[in-house]
Design a protein. Structure first.
Length: 166
């Protein structure tokens, strides 16, 4: 990203004996440089994910975002933002989404709109996943230069109502 005030890391839960933490919280920021290498080919086709079984949830998540993704594409174009093809591929395939495990019962949902975040040099957040208890929200972060990354925040963006978490 271009001059973005974000901490680089991996947001996850603690794992006793592997990633121990000192304070009690649902999510922790782990040093990105200490992560093991990813052995899968991350080419945007998600072949590695297709090989995994669909997860069983208490609620049946249909994950049918086709109409919403058409709106996202149109809004991104209107704002001069390039939403990666791989994002549309993943979010447009409910069977792929149901293969992603979450030990905190996170679920996929798309925000109502792409929100520009004030005082960030033009960063825009597209909400795509939520923690089941509202502890965190995940976004595709887009800028006017065509860059993108995934961002997690305790604040809810891209919805007509606002929630500012801790």
């Amino acid at each position: 990203m271009h001059h973005v005030p974000l901490k680089k890391g991996w947001i996850f839960t603690d794992i006793k004996g592997i990633r121990d933490v000192e304070r009690s919280a649902t999510y922790h920021l782990f040093d990105y440089e200490e992560l093991p290498p990813i052995e899968e080919d991350l080419d945007g086709n998600f072949d590695w994910l297709s090989a995994h079984p669909e997860q069983k949830h208490e609620e049946a998540y249909p994950y049918d975002f086709v109409k919403k993704l058409i709106q996202v594409r149109r809004e991104g174009e209107e704002k001069g933002l390039k939403v990666p093809v791989s994002f549309f591929r993943l979010m447009g395939d409910g069977a792929l989404l149901r293969r992603i495990r979450s030990n905190t019962d996170c679920y996929f949902e798309l925000g109502e709109f792409i929100e520009e975040i004030p005082d960030t040099n033009g960063m825009n957040f597209l909400h795509f996943m939520s923690d089941s208890q509202g502890c965190g929200y995940w976004y595709l972060c887009l800028d006017q230069y065509g860059n993108s990354c995934v961002v997690m925040s305790g604040n809810l963006y891209g919805h007509p109502y606002k929630y500012s978490g801790t």
